[in-house]
Design a protein around this ligand. Structure first.
Ligand code: NAP
Length: 257
């Protein structure tokens, strides 16, 4: 039996664990940061909370006898991705990054590229009415712009002081279709969409903005981690076969020395 640790919290991580659960050669544990009080259901055992940095993760990989580490965290979760690289090298455990593709770009879309949440706030004209989907820890640059009129979608409700009193809060995940997102943008008379280039399920919002002719202020991704990268769940499954079950499983494994 081979043991895999999946760093999760994304749609793809959930799908991956559901597919790995049917493989009796494997035992899979999902790790969640533990910040979301209402995480999606995950197949198989789950552990929650940070590791205490790369050394903590490396120790867990060694002490609990893991054979592989799959980093299926969000494209903007740069810190845990860097920690995964360092920990896997220290523990000499093979690792792969599952990184979903960026949002497709179309020439008829009005896109303003920026580097950060702060860059997005700086790019918005005075008094703009914006739609923003973001977590509680990403709002500082927008709180500092009281002239903006903000419709904010978030999974977790904000704590007191985290949002400005005149913001409209929508609790929930991305809508299933571009039509639903378009209705939302129109109902709230949105002038700008602010989006992280996360790829994946939030694409409906990008399509809706393009359809409505609304500019999207697009926050660029952080650089990807070093080492092997696959773009979907099938890619992870193929990587697992090649690295854990092929005749020469060390063939594709990166070693620190
Ligand atoms: P992060 O900044 O890369 O990680 C911060 C710390 O959280 C890590 O150092 C680690 O703590 C812990 N951590 C993160 N993922 C973990 C996991 N799967 N298991 C155990 N510990 C984990 O990542 P983040 O704070 O999760 O998020 C950063 C960005 O990603 C934000 O932009 C956020 O919106 C986005 N994000 C989006 C989604 C989504 O589904 N929409 C999900 C997650 C993140 P230790 O150092 O103590 O090990």
């Amino acid at each position: 039996m081979r043991k895999i640790l999946v760093l999760g919290g994304t749609t793809e991580a959930g799908e991956l664990c559901a597919r790995l659960a049917g493989d009796d050669r494997l035992s899979t544990v999902t790790s969640l940061a533990g910040l979301t009080r209402l995480p999606r259901a995950t197949a198989g055992p789950v552990r929650r909370g940070g590791f205490g940095g790369p050394q903590g993760l490396a120790s867990l990989l060694v002490n609990d006898g893991y054979d592989a580490l799959v980093d299926a965290t969000h494209p903007f979760a740069a810190q845990i991705a860097a920690h995964a690289v360092e920990a896997a090298e220290t523990a000499r455990v093979p690792r792969v990054k599952l990184l979903r593709p960026s949002f497709p770009r179309r020439s008829d879309a009005r896109v303003i590229d920026v580097e950060s949440m702060q860059g997005a706030a700086d790019a918005l004209p005075r008094g703009a009415r914006i739609f923003l989907a973001a977590g509680r820890r990403e709002l500082a640059a927008f709180r500092a712009r009281p002239d903006l009129s903000c419709v904010l979608r978030m999974i977790e409700p904000p704590a007191p002081g985290e949002v400005l009193v005149d913001w409209t809060i929508i609790l929930g995940r991305p809508a299933a279709t571009a039509q639903m997102e378009l209705e939302l943008l129109r109902a709230h008379d949105i002038g700008f969409v602010v989006a992280k280039d996360s790829g994946g399920p939030a694409y409906a919002k990008i399509v809706a903005a393009r359809t409505a002719g609304i500019p999207t202020v697009m926050i660029r991704r952080p650089p990807p981690p070093s080492g092997p990268i696959v773009s979907d769940v099938d890619g992870v499954l193929a990587w697992i076969e090649a690295n854990l079950f092929a005749e020469n499983p060390d063939g594709n494994i990166e070693r620190s020395s």
